[in-house]
Design a protein around this ligand. Structure first.
Ligand SMILES: Cc1ncc(COP(=O)(O)O)c(C=O)c1O
Length: 355
């Protein structure tokens, strides 16, 4: 079989990113977020590769945690959405998972099942209004959970715009957070990638890092210690054709040649997770040169204007994202974010792991 389209995952880059991020931290404990199949990088492969170099892992829901335990991952595992049912909570006790508790219903389940939990994290809604208890309820919830025999409590919250520390919402969230946790003895966790990379000054004994692990670069953040992209989505050229001035390319003839042009066809499309919404001009690396996407993305193919890439031959390598173009650059041309591009890849393109 000869399809060259593949998603290469550089596990060593993830390890290096952890070391880079840790260098900028003081005594923080490091939680690696491996939800959504480790942002499309393969949760089992990533978790197994990094579990010894982090303090804990996090997933979104219980099924993701159970799948990791079944594959032999033994690091502490936080369930960010907490249990959806009482039986999820029972599993947390059995498998040593740390549930996030954010609702009264979950507190009720803890009455009978809490004694089996080594830890629970209480989610405080400091202003994102997605999950969590109002800040003034924190102390009461904490006392109830401890009375049910839960071993240890960590206070957590999540920032809606950590990349913008001066934003009014961020400032309001930080105020609410510090007022809630300042005098408590519990450990705390606030920082995501952006807060960690910014060195945001706020209580956060634990950092919970997702996107930065994989080398994603959130727009507007300082990047003093560059992170390495762990994902390279690549393919190769299967057709080259001359397209005369005035002729169009692809579905609905969206792109029209403004000069006599050369178009390369690359066998990757939205069926693999390359975004259908990619605009003309989205960067693609062809044989080491950046060239612009030309025409609507098809299910299985994209077309690229390679008029300015001399001496191209069939089989020339193509990179949809990786070192260049970065996934964040591509996302900007597609009206989305790199997080979505990482996690929307389908299983159609082979994952190839490098250590
Ligand atoms: C509650 C929570 N904590 C931490 C993270 C990690 O965020 P990031 O990937 O920006 O580091 C996420 C990601 O969505 C999250 O939902």
């Amino acid at each position: 079989m000869s399809r060259t389209t593949a998603v290469h995952i550089d596990l060593a880059a993830i390890s290096e990113n952890i070391r880079t991020l840790r260098r900028g931290l003081a005594a923080h404990q490091f939680m690696a977020v491996v939800k959504a199949d480790a942002f499309g990088h393969g949760a089992v492969q990533v978790a197994k590769h990094i579990e010894a170099s982090v303090d804990a892992l996090a997933v979104a829901f219980t099924e993701e945690a159970v799948a990791l335990r079944e594959m032999g991952v033994s690091a502490p595992l936080l369930i960010l959405e907490g249990p959806h049912t009482a039986s999820d909570l029972a599993l947390a006790g059995k498998l040593n998972l740390w549930p996030v508790i954010h609702s009264d219903e979950q507190i009720e389940w803890c009455k009978t099942l809490g004694a089996d939990l080594s830890q629970a994290w209480i989610k405080i809604d400091t202003g994102m209004h997605r999950l969590g208890f109002a800040a003034e309820r924190y102390a009461g919830v904490r006392d109830i959970l401890l009375s049910y025999g839960i071993g240890e409590i960590t206070a957590m919250s999540h920032l809606a715009s950590a990349e913008e520390p001066d934003d009014a919402l961020t400032r309001a969230q930080l105020l609410s957070w510090e007022e809630t946790v300042r005098h408590g003895q519990d450990t705390t966790s606030l920082h995501n990638s952006a807060a960690t990379q910014r060195g945001l000054s706020a209580s956060s004994d634990w950092v919970r890092v997702g996107y930065a692990l994989y080398g994603g670069q959130i727009k507007g953040l300082p990047n003093p210690a560059p992170l390495r992209p762990a994902m390279r989505f690549s393919s190769s050229v299967i057709a080259l054709r001359d397209v005369p001035i005035g002729e169009s390319v692809g579905y609905r003839g969206r792109w029209t040649a403004q000069r006599d042009s050369v178009i390369a066809t690359v066998p990757v499309g939205y069926g693999d997770g390359y975004p259908w919404g990619a605009a003309d001009g989205t960067p693609v690396e062809i044989d080491g040169e950046i060239a612009p996407l030309a025409g609507q993305v098809s299910m299985d193919m994209v077309t690229v204007d390679v008029t300015d890439c001399p001496n191209l031959t069939l089989g020339a390598p193509a990179v949809l994202w990786g070192d260049q173009p970065s996934i964040d650059d591509v996302a900007e041309h597609c009206g989305t974010i790199g997080y979505e591009l990482m996690t929307r890849l389908t299983s159609r393109a082979n994952r190839i792991y490098h250590t």
